[in-house]
Design a protein around this ligand. Structure first.
Ligand SMILES: *[C@@H]1O[C@H](CO)[C@@H](O)[C@H](O)[C@H]1NC(C)=O
Length: 154
C-alpha cells in the first residue's frame, strides 16, 4: 500500500472509532485505564479498593483521556468526555458567528442572536466545524473537535 493510502485508511479508522466514542459518550464510563472521566478535567477511580465519591482533577492545561496516563496536554489527544458532551450543550447564536453547529453533522444560520430554522447537513463522514471556517470537516483533520455533540438538531 502506498503511504497516502495507509494514511487515508488510518484516518477513516480514527474517524469511525471517534464517532463510536462520540455516539457512546464516554462521560462517567469506566475505561481500561481504571478511571471514568466526568468532564474534560475531572475523573473518578473505578477500582473497588479506592474509597468512593472521590473526584480527582488533571493538572492545569491537561484533559482526561482514555490513555494509560489518564491526563495529557490539551490538544494532544481528545478528551474522553468533552465539556459539551458532559452538559449536552451546543454553541448558541451570540451575535459573534454567522453559523453554529446544531448537531454533529448539521449547522444553521444565526440572525443576530436568533437561530434560523433552516438546517444544512454536512456530507457523509464529515462533522460540523464552524471554527474550522469550512463548515464541515473530516474528524481526523488536525485540531478538530466536536462542536455540538448531538445526534440531530433539537
Ligand atoms: C467537572 O466535574 C467536576 C466534578 O463533578 C466539577 O467540580 C467541575 O466543576 C467540572 N468542570 C467543568 C468545567 O464543568
Amino acid at each position: 500500500m502506498q503511504q497516502s493510502q495507509i494514511l487515508r485508511n488510518l484516518c477513516f479508522f480514527v474517524a469511525f472509532s471517534s464517532m463510536a466514542v462520540v455516539v457512546l459518550g464516554l462521560c462517567n464510563n469506566c475505561q481500561e485505564n481504571g478511571v471514568a472521566c466526568l468532564n474534560e478535567t475531572h475523573y473518578r477511580f473505578c477500582s473497588p479498593n479506592v474509597a468512593p465519591n472521590q473526584i480527582a482533577r488533571c493538572s492545569d492545561g491537561q484533559v482526561c483521556t482514555s490513555l494509560g496516563i489518564i491526563c495529557i496536554e490539551k490538544g494532544a489527544y481528545d478528551p474522553a468526555c468533552s465539556d459539551s458532551a458532559a452538559d449536552g450543550s451546543c454553541p448558541t447564536c451570540d451575535g459573534s458567528s454567522m453559523f453554529v453547529c446544531t448537531s454533529r453533522t448539521t449547522f444553521q444560520m444565526c440572525d443576530g442572536s436568533t437561530l434560523t430554522s433552516q438546517v444544512t447537513k454536512c456530507k457523509d463522514n464529515k462533522i460540523c466545524s464552524i471554527k474550522s471556517g469550512k463548515y464541515c470537516v473530516d474528524l481526523c483533520e488536525a485540531g478538530v473537535s466536536v462542536e455540538c455533540d448531538r445526534e440531530a438538531p433539537l
